[in-house]
Design a protein around this ligand. Structure first.
Ligand code: FE
Length: 364
């Protein structure tokens, strides 16, 4: 696998260079990267990937893919701006594949018109319809549950629902990151999809009143809040449990993980809200045939098993065994509502967040 540049680091490297010079250098560098990719792309035995997913997560998969097929992979990784970049590059874009997390980014790529529709029998047979775009513009590869991390010491409940989170019994006891974060927007959108706008708004107001503090920090910061006693429940994504449990660089996070139990909301009824990481075929993919081979490979048995063990995420298919660690957390019964339908309410979710003033915190 060839890593062609890391645009995400340009920001830091060039932050001290101001104005036109920085713009010039950035433009030149990006142009060089693009040309390198474009020239590499001439052989049909290559595939160019624009990835929001970190290299360490996908390198093991790409290695296997190349070993199996002989197709070389080139990857550009960035935390931001890849969709915008594909859009700006237009038909000259060297990108064949977009790899990303979150339904918001996948549907956003489709609405920007940078993805191609694909109706592939092999992929359709592997990936459940609820994790695929109805028109074939994207599909999911892994799932993550948005769950409740509850204090082992202070919470006796062993089950919970999202609806319960608005119950006054949790007044001043819940920590959650900004409601405008894509993870929470998808969760709120799913509440709208299930209950309608008015009920979802009422719920969001109730949840806001139950906050222990003004939303800030990432998912792990909320779980740390449970550890430190600031809150009793935190909302976060499942894989953060593994990131804390296995964190040798910051071993204090193992204590945060040990202080919580995982509650999978709505396990007794409609199931837990999940989001996906997924992929899309680029509209102007210069190596379409190789790209589709990669898409099939990542949907297949071998790749799905690797995903389960390396990423600490749930495979998108139910028939793939979970890693031991994930299996130890308990069963994920996923909400079966199609993610494409949930995504339709993202904009409304964002408006509700502002309307109720969620991010101003409780009593505001
Ligand atoms: Fe995350």
């Amino acid at each position: 696998m060839t890593k062609i540049g890391k645009p995400a680091r340009f920001g830091a490297r060039f932050s001290k260079i101001t104005g036109a010079v920085a713009t010039y250098i950035m433009t030149l560098t990006l142009l060089t990267l693009t040309l390198t990719m474009a020239s590499n792309a001439q052989a049909t035995t290559e595939v160019n990937i624009y990835s929001y997913r970190q290299p360490y997560l996908i390198e093991p998969l790409l290695k296997e893919f190349t070993a199996d097929t002989g197709i070389k992979t080139n990857i550009i990784f960035a935390k931001k701006g890849l969709i915008e970049r594909m859009n700006a590059e237009g038909r000259n874009s060297p990108a064949d594949i977009l790899l990303t997390t979150d339904i918001g980014r996948l549907t956003g790529a489709k609405s920007k018109g940078i993805t191609a529709a694909l109706d592939d029998a092999a992929i359709n047979a592997e990936i459940p319809a609820s994790y695929r775009d109805a028109e074939g513009h994207w599909f999911g590869l892994t799932r993550r549950g948005r769950i409740v991390f509850a204090s082992r010491d202070r919470v006796s409940d062993n089950s919970i629902s999202y609806e319960d989170l608005a119950d006054p019994k949790w007044r001043g006891r819940i920590c959650v990151r900004s409601a405008h974060h894509v993870y929470n927007i998808a969760l709120i959108a799913s509440m709208i999809a299930h209950h309608g706008e008015a009920q979802a708004e009422k719920w969001l107001r109730g949840l806001k009143e139950n906050l222990a503090r003004k939303p800030s920090g990432n998912d792990r910061a909320q779980i740390k809040g449970v550890y430190s006693g600031e809150c009793d429940l935190a909302i976060g994504n499942t894989y953060y449990m593994a990131k804390m449990q296995l964190n040798e660089k910051k071993p204090e996070q193992k204590k945060w993980a040990a202080s919580v139990k995982l509650l999978f909301p709505n396990a007794e009824n409609r199931g837990t809200h999940v989001n996906i990481s997924g992929m899309a075929l680029a509209k102007h993919a210069p190596n379409r045939e190789s790209a589709v081979k990669l898409m099939r490979f990542l949907s297949g048995d071998k790749a799905q098993k690797i995903y389960a063990s390396v990423n600490h995420e749930y495979p998108v298919r139910d028939n793939v065994p979970l890693s031991k660690l994930i299996a130890s957390w308990g069963d994920l019964k996923a909400d079966t509502l199609a993610l494409g339908d949930i995504a339709k309410y993202r904009k409304l979710a964002s408006e509700l967040v502002d309307k109720v003033g969620f991010n101003s915190g409780p009593n505001s």
